[in-house]
Write a protein that binds this ligand. Structure first.
Ligand SMILES: C[S@@+](CC[C@H](N)C(=O)[O-])C[C@H]1O[C@@H](n2cnc3c(N)ncnc32)[C@H](O)[C@@H]1O
Length: 402
């Protein structure tokens, strides 16, 4: 077990900052860090030990370094967010060659490939396991709890191909203090709730306390995008009832589509007359049958529909009006990046088709950041409770292996 982890392994520069600040105010290092955490619980940036020059421009997130892994990394939506919170990614896995290209360009390193071929011992110890696992509900649905958990190495027997069970096997082997998972909202209702029951019970049977909720990203980005977020706390570390709440939607005015549109998008994103006529005709026929709409013209003052991985096909779910004289246009890949909350500094290094697919599959980093902030508060609570903020990881967590 590595001893230099997280919230646990305080790196030298942070340690010396803590030493200097605590000496300056004549308090112990522990008192100083607890004070940082208390202030952080009141929200955001904080002022410590009021007095001249006593402003510490750090949030608890930035002040508590931690390690995480990003499984089914896609283009690193989790990594973008958790990095902003002070986390260091110690391992990632993604097998799609185009997503790997994007990851390499954004984060400077190649992820591991097929997660089913990765051995648990090759994954470094970490504090948070993040995973936007692909949903394969049909194979999950066929797996009863008995079948999946009833025998030694049950997950492996349950369904060779099912990636949720690959993930569960890694959680079982690595026992991260926290697992942070994301999936489509339909996971909850699939097969009358049975699929979700299998997933939740599997995580609970691994001795994790499971919190789950559906969050609409529309409070952070101008897009209706409902996803289930699942936060699992290791019961052996955090006990039966760690205090945790999902973030409330920000108070700030809702983002508008207008804010993320490019000023002068190239003509190639304008639909051809032929496609536009087809889409209108298709929508008319469907409306007549009472089947709702096909395409969607987005209101610049409002939010868009959900960006899907198939947006590259015709882009019909989110179209931007260009007035009466021209057919509407689809979003540019850069606009899709913004719609998902990825920064403009990230270059787009793949074809438009791949870029649309990658953004449509990704998690929204600002939402993960908001959830991650709450997760770090729970970490802070745990560390304060143990009174061991600056001790070694194992001492801090009082971690016992089953
Ligand atoms: C829903 S996407 C996750 C998106 C990611 N959270 C992001 O922010 O971009 C699932 C990803 O899992 C990857 N994947 C599927 N099976 C895999 C496997 N066996 N090994 C590694 N990656 C896999 C897919 O290529 C896809 O990029």
């Amino acid at each position: 077990m590595s001893r230099d982890m997280l919230v646990r392994g305080v790196p030298p520069e942070v340690d010396s900052w803590i030493s200097e600040e605590s000496a300056r105010y004549g308090v112990s290092k522990r008192e100083f860090v607890v004070s940082v955490l208390r202030k952080a619980q009141d929200g955001g940036q904080m002022t410590l030990f009021s007095g001249p020059g006593a402003v510490v421009e750090k949030s608890v997130a930035g002040a508590l370094p931690f390690k995480f892994v990003d499984l089914f990394a896609g283009i690193g939506g989790f990594r973008t967010a958790l990095g902003r919170l002070g986390g260091t990614c110690v391992f990632s896995s993604e097998w799609d060659r185009y997503s790997r290209k994007t990851l390499k360009s954004w984060f400077g390193e190649e992820p591991a490939g097929d997660i089913r071929k990765v051995r648990a011992e090759d994954i470094p110890d970490h504090d948070i396991m993040a995973a936007g696992f692909p949903c394969q509900p049909f194979s999950i649905a066929g797996v009863s709890k008995k079948k999946s958990l009833g025998r030694a190495h049950g997950f492996k027997c349950a369904d060779q191909g099912n990636l949720f069970f690959t993930l569960a096997t890694l959680i079982e082997a690595k026992r991260p203090p926290i697992a942070l998972l994301e999936n489509v909202k339909n996971l909850l209702s699939h097969d009358s709730g049975r699929t979700w029951n299998v997933i939740r019970e599997t995580l609970q049977d691994l001795d994790y306390v499971v919190h789950a909720t559906v969050i609409d990203a529309a409070s952070w980005v101008p897009q209706h995008r409902e996803r289930i977020f699942i936060v699992c706390f290791d019961r052996r570390v955090f006990g039966d009832a760690p205090p945790f709440e999902f973030p409330a939607a920000p108070q700030a005015p809702r983002p508008k589509l207008q804010d993320i549109l490019e000023k002068d998008p190239p003509d190639k994103y304008t639909l051809s007359e032929h496609l536009w006529t087809y889409l209108q005709e298709y929508a008319r026929r469907h409306k007549e049958k009472g089947n709702g709409f096909g395409f969607g013209i987005a209101d610049p003052e409002g939010i868009t529909r959900t960006l899907s991985a198939r947006y590259y096909k015709d882009g019909s779910e989110i179209l931007i009006s260009q007035g009466k004289r021209k057919p509407p246009r689809r979003l540019t890949p850069r606009e899709c990046a913004r719609l998902m909350g990825f920064p403009d500094e990230y270059p787009i290094v793949v074809s438009d088709t791949q870029a649309y697919r990658q953004f449509g599959n990704a998690v929204v980093p600002p939402v993960v950041e908001a959830v991650g902030r709450e997760v770090l508060r729970t970490f802070g609570w745990q560390l304060e409770k143990k009174g061991c903020l600056l001790k070694s990881p194992v001492a801090r967590y009082g971690r016992k292996r089953a």
